[in-house]
Design a protein. Structure first.
Length: 202
């Protein structure tokens, strides 16, 4: 089975490059299906026990490296010090390899997060059939409101979605507003202002 990021890059991205040839309704459906696919794969990765176990093992190995450092600093036996240095080097290499694997997994999660959020918003922009996905798109936006990649996506696509699609969420949106600087509060305030201007009686 191909990895999700391979599927996206090999099949979905090339199809998106020819989107101008596709009717908006069909394109909106395609964007929605891609959003669902990326979202589901993201949740599977987040909940995967293998990644949780890898993080635990990584922490344990770095703790072992620190313990070796303490022993090396206090031992008076040259032979023991040589063995400790050798063992420390081996564990440190393993810990670095684990860290690289964890970073790769986080990169994959980031790609899936950005793809799901972008394609939910693009679908909302293009058609009305999947308007209920505004709830999931907003949930992802709120949950990852300090994620620079996710906020770059919402900065680009959120203003292109008709503000009336967020009316069912007006109370939740208003409740999250804060008078503080930051990309998320600014984006949220801009959306609420747009809703108030275009739909003043809601």
């Amino acid at each position: 089975m191909e990895h999700p990021e391979t599927v996206i890059q090999r099949y979905f991205d090339p199809a998106s490059a020819h989107s101008e040839r596709i009717p908006p309704g069909d394109l909106g459906k395609a964007e929605y299906l891609l959003a669902i696919y990326a979202d589901q794969q993201l949740q599977r990765m987040i909940e995967a026990p293998e990644l949780q176990q890898l993080r635990i093992m990584h922490q344990q190995k770095y703790a072992e490296v620190r313990a070796c450092d303490a022993l090396i600093a206090t031992t008076t036996s040259d032979r023991e010090k040589v063995n400790l240095v050798r063992h420390r080097r081996r564990v440190d290499i393993q810990a670095r390899q684990d860290n690289e694997e964890i970073e790769r997994e986080y990169s994959k999660q980031q790609l899936l997060l950005e793809k799901s959020l972008e394609n939910y918003l693009r679908s909302l922009k293009l058609c009305t059939r999947y308007n209920l996905s505004v709830f999931r798109a907003t949930s992802l936006w709120f949950k990852h409101n300090d994620n620079h990649g996710a906020l770059a996506v919402t900065a680009r696509w959120l203003p292109q979605v008709s503000s009336h699609k967020f009316i069912p969420l007006v109370y939740q949106l208003s409740a999250r507003m804060e008078n503080v600087p930051g990309r998320f509060p600014e984006q949220l305030a801009a959306l609420v202002r747009r809703m108030a201007r275009k739909h003043p009686f809601h």
